[in-house]
Design a protein. Sequence first.
Length: 240
Amino acid sequence: MQHEPNLKKEARYGLPAADQILFNRYYTIGYSYYFRQAKWALEIIDPDKSEVERLDNFRPDYRIPERFRADLAAYAGSGFDRGHLVASANQRELEIQNSETFLLSNMSPQAPELNRRVWKELEGAVRKLNEGKKILETYVVCGPLFYFDTEVIMMGSEKKDGVTLPIPHAYFKSILTENNRGALHMWSFIIPNEATDKEIKDFQVKTSKIEKISGLFLWENLVGTKMRSEKNRIRKIWKH
């Protein structure tokens, strides 16, 4: 299926399916009506340095129909963080750029021990990767994962808040870099939505594993034997 703003830079290597595609100025969200949250978030890491402060202006995304839209009340007192998919620190060149990352369509219920440690560490590692002299662009797609053989816990009250949110069992992140020779390299991760003492590298998986669990085609515009091989390997962490 073709989407008219496939001209968006971050969509160059593919745009997974979703119930509603939300084209923001600096990133794209694929939203799930069923899960009341994003299925995936796609961005290009912004290499620009800036003094723009984190805005913290969390707010609903009114482009989403009300019956499927998360509100701030759903998170209140839940014990879960409003976890960014596209990190605030990735988009800080302009105020509007940072502000967009605080739309609730870019949030998912994350255990604080995940959001504030390993997930944050992975975000920082990707920004550092992007600073490499040979890196032209770094594409990132991430989102929640639900295991259908495991109980799904709901957050919020339908009577009180209108919309309840299922708490993901895990999160995925897939990173695709393009270097100054046009070579593409891929790293993918699945991290449980819970506290952990493990390191980032312990969560590396084949990209094809994420596809099987999520039902999404990642980087679908990449074709050929080499790219199939890239999806089915675990590349040494940050090795080009």
